[in-house]
Design a protein around this ligand. Structure first.
Ligand code: PCA
Length: 215
């Protein structure tokens, strides 16, 4: 039987002119991964908005009824792909795209303090490195929208006892974003960046691991 994977990315936010996760998701949307089309990918792009970001993901989740959810976000400044281990029950950040900042509030007052990713994070990191892409396990997804949707998704899966695996991967800036950031600032240190093609290829490798391990 064919399994379904929901792949999410985010729109641009804060000072970043573009979000390379949008292009990753549009490249991989509709693709079949693994032997005999083991895994079909449906992509969705989320607003960087505390009120509506997870709403949008949940709507796609209900429509697609995936077996696996892989959420993507940009971590400008990180040099490697970071596969997140954990999401915490906390919003604390600069303003979202609707202008709302958060100051240490709980995402779900009745939820657990945190949830671990239920994806094979070590296996994904190993596969990326085997293919020559720098990758690490990260022990913090931050306290902005990325942590927010990862927490809310895992919290929802737990609360509904759904047999769905979910996790989050942060990607570095693309060259295009790094170039636009360098022209917008006087900083002499450019942000570390990857080609969009490598970003797309790295996430495809992560999907292949999921197709092999979980389907
Ligand atoms: N990165 C931000 C939010 C959206 C995105 O792509 C984050 O790391 O929280």
């Amino acid at each position: 039987m064919m399994s379904k994977l929901l792949l999410s990315g985010f729109e641009a936010f804060l000072g970043n002119a573009i979000n390379p996760t949008e292009a990753i998701v549009s490249t991989l949307d509709g693709r079949e991964i693994g032997g005999a089309g083991a895994l079909t990918v449906t992509g969705t792009i989320l607003p960087v908005d505390f009120q509506h970001g997870f709403e949008r993901l949940l709507a796609a989740y209900r429509r697609v009824q995936p077996d696996i959810v892989l959420m993507l976000g940009l971590a400008a400044g990180r040099p490697s792909i970071s596969v997140e281990r954990v999401a915490i029950n906390c919003d604390d950040s600069a303003p979202d795209n609707a202008g709302r900042a958060a100051h240490g509030s709980l995402i779900d007052p009745d939820g657990a303090d945190g949830y671990f990713s239920t994806l094979p994070i070590e296996r994904i990191v190993r596969a990326l490195k085997d293919h020559g892409y720098p990758a690490v396990i990260s022990n913090s997804a931050g306290t902005y929208l990325c942590n927010h949707v990862m927490y809310a998704m895992l919290n929802h899966i737990r609360a509904t006892h759904a047999q769905v695996r979910a996790g989050f991967v942060h990607v570095p800036a693309s060259h295009e974003l790094a170039v636009s950031a360098a022209s917008a600032s006087s900083s002499a240190t450019p942000m570390p960046s990857w080609s969009q093609r490598d970003l797309n290829a790295a996430i495809e490798i992560a999907l292949e691991v999921l197709a092999e391990e979980l389907v």
